[in-house]
Ligand binder design. Structure first.
Ligand code: HEC
Length: 105
């Protein structure tokens, strides 16, 4: 039984961390609400995608069971393309102060 409790505690912590990872902006709350139900938001933010790719991904998520209005899908696509598009800054969370600078070879 204690093993089960530990698993629940871990997954709850994971969800809280994933929610904190989204960049602030218009559409953030919608992404948080719609996209964290089946998988963590890490799944969403791990790799940048172009607007076309986000379109295709949202289509795939609808096939998998995502329920959203057209307006919500527009908000999500705009938010993801702006914040997780090819030109968006990579890092979600700032590196801790004092972290050693990454060697660039
Ligand atoms: C009804 C369940 C469901 C919802 C809601 C959902 N997804 Fe997914 N998603 C999946 C499944 C299943 C996979 C594939 C398995 C996995 O990676 O966990 C997946 C994988 C992904 C992937 C990585 C693989 C790929 O197809 O590129 C991305 C990116 C993604 N989802 C984005 C989103 C976004 C953005 C939203 C919100 C608009 C969302 N998902 C909402 C079920 C869902």
């Amino acid at each position: 039984m204690s093993g089960l409790l530990a698993a629940v505690a871990i997954s709850a912590g994971g969800a809280a961390r994933a929610q904190g990872a989204l960049k602030p902006g218009a559409g953030q709350a919608t992404v948080q609400r719609l996209c964290a139900t089946c998988h963590t938001l890490d799944n969403v933010t791990r790799r940048p995608h172009t607007a076309d790719e986000w379109d295709a991904i949202l289509g795939r998520m609808i096939d998998k069971g995502l329920i959203a209005t057209d307006g919500q899908l527009d908000d999500v696509a705009a938010y993801l393309t702006k914040n997780y598009g090819p030109g968006a800054p990579r890092a979600v969370a700032a590196a801790p102060a004092g972290a050693p600078a990454k060697k660039t070879r």
